[in-house]
Ligand binder design. Structure first.
Ligand code: SF4
Ligand code: SF4
Length: 438
């Protein structure tokens, strides 16, 4: 049977062989945690601890400010040694709480498990908010906001994203294989919260071990496991919805507009931890991989672990990397060094050699239309990028630049090596800045 997918997209080498067979290891605690107060979409949290204070593991150290915001929590017990700006993966220095671990790794006594059958939907959503759960696929959008659609937006289909289409990354793969119960309990909780009629876990067909396991685990339940064609960006929200339901989210709209909600499988696991175990989001699975690291691994890391510690735990560098990327090579963020900490959105640390990233000089556009065929949103990337590069923002917007999901497929296929996604990203930022200032 032909596997479902979306139109457009590309087939980059998946390079998952570096780490897909590596079982999850617990990363030892670093000498110091740097916990950024801005880790999610929305208002950053505000520090609620002082230098010299002793905190327990899971204790709130940053309070949420507003509905689209979440608190942050101590990743271990220890002493607050600084509340100051530190280098952040977003490319600037931002406020962070710095903790020196006491070695006891002692949970806060205030965190208590609960029986979900005693909880209302509102109780569950509040527990998820208090636990600081955000979308774990990389976007880091507060989960409680997604779990609170307006009453007129009934969610009929709930999709769990187990696609992990970014090359190199294997964190979700290993989590689905090794911790299916943690994920499936969260799936059931979220189905209850949304009252969804249909529940689907989408997994790319390059993870047959996961598909077999989840089909066995979900036999006799309403949860459907759907094997999807291997294609990038199959894990992007709108493309996953198109593959699973055949529906299209309207331009400028949200999945809830067509009765769909999408959560990552790792978010479902974090919901289990929050609702059933009363535990905040202080750790995640992260793939440390690439040809420039000695021992690629899938690590369970605490949020706030410096990247330098992850490199040490993976045996150090084979050679000085040509590129350091947080996340995957297509949509990840390039870093200047290892002094930044991991955040809730750190699905991977990718270390490439100079020879892997040798830049081809840019040439003129030859009107081959490969970028158009690759674009999963059916945009005209060459046209939008050309307008954006000339600061013609009205035209950039008119050609639907704001619908671009910045997947990089256009840049990947361009034989002229035109930095299309970079130009479009610039155009989008300039349009938003102009709107803010007008
Ligand atoms: S225009 Fe945007 S959405 Fe389309 S391929 Fe390029 S980066 Fe992806
Ligand atoms: S892929 Fe590159 S060369 Fe081909 S039309 Fe698009 S921008 Fe031009």
């Amino acid at each position: 049977m032909k596997l479902k997918t979306f139109t457009g997209g590309i087939h980059p080498p998946d390079n998952k062989q570096w780490s897909s067979h590596k079982a999850i290891e617990n990363c030892p605690l670093p000498a110091e945690f740097i916990v950024p107060l801005a880790q999610h979409i929305g208002a950053p949290s505000v520090a609620c601890v002082e230098v010299g204070q002793h905190v327990a593991k899971g204790q709130e150290i940053g309070s949420a400010k507003g509905f689209v915001s979440v608190p942050v929590h101590a990743p271990t017990s220890g002493e607050i040694v600084a509340v100051e700006s530190r280098p952040h993966p977003w490319g600037t220095a931002l406020p962070a709480v710095v903790i020196k671990p006491d070695g006891e790794d002692r949970w806060s006594a205030e965190l208590q498990p609960a029986d979900p059958s005693d909880l209302s939907v509102d109780d569950m959503v509040e527990k998820v908010r208090q636990a600081g759960v955000v979308g774990m696929g990389g976007a880091a959008f507060p989960a409680h906001v997604k779990m609170s659609p307006p009453p007129e937006k009934k969610i009929r289909t709930l999709i769990f994203n187990g696609v992990e289409c970014e090359p190199y990354l294997t964190a979700d793969h290993r989590m689905m294989l090794e911790e299916p119960e943690r994920i499936l309990r969260g799936v059931a909780l979220l189905q209850y919260v949304f009252g969804a009629e249909r529940v689907v876990i989408g997994v790319e067909a390059n993870k047959p071990d996961v598909i077999d396991l989840l089909e066995k685990e979900c036999a006799g339940t309403p949860v459907e496991i759907m094997a999807l064609q291997v294609k990038y960006p199959q894990g992007a929200e709108k493309q996953l919805i198109a593959a699973v339901t055949g529906g299209e989210v309207p331009s400028g709209g949200l999945p809830m507009d067509i009765g769909v909600a999408v959560h990552n499988v790792a978010t479902a696991a974090a919901v289990t931890d929050a609702v059933i175990h009363g535990r905040p989001l202080i750790e995640r699975i992260c793939t440390v991989t690439g040809p420039a690291i000695r021992e690629p691994k899938n690590l369970r890391i605490r949020i706030g672990t410096p990247l330098s510690h992850l490199v040490d735990v993976c045996g150090g560098l084979v050679e000085e990397p040509g590129k350091i990327i947080l996340g995957g090579p297509m949509m990840g963020f390039t870093q200047l060094g290892f002094d930044v900490p991991s955040t809730r959105g750190t699905s991977g640390l990718l270390l490439l050699r100079s020879e892997d990233v040798a830049a081809q000089p840019e040439g003129p556009c030859i009107r081959c239309a490969r970028c158009v065929q690759a674009c999963p949103i059916h945009l005209l990337p060459a046209t939008i990028a050309a307008y954006a590069r000339r600061d013609l923002l009205a035209e950039t917007e008119e050609y639907c630049a704001m619908d671009c999901i910045e997947c990089g497929s256009c840049s990947y296929v361009c034989p002229a090596a035109i930095p299309l996604v970079q130009a479009i990203r610039y155009g989008k930022a300039a349009i938003l800045a102009k709107k803010r200032n007008s």
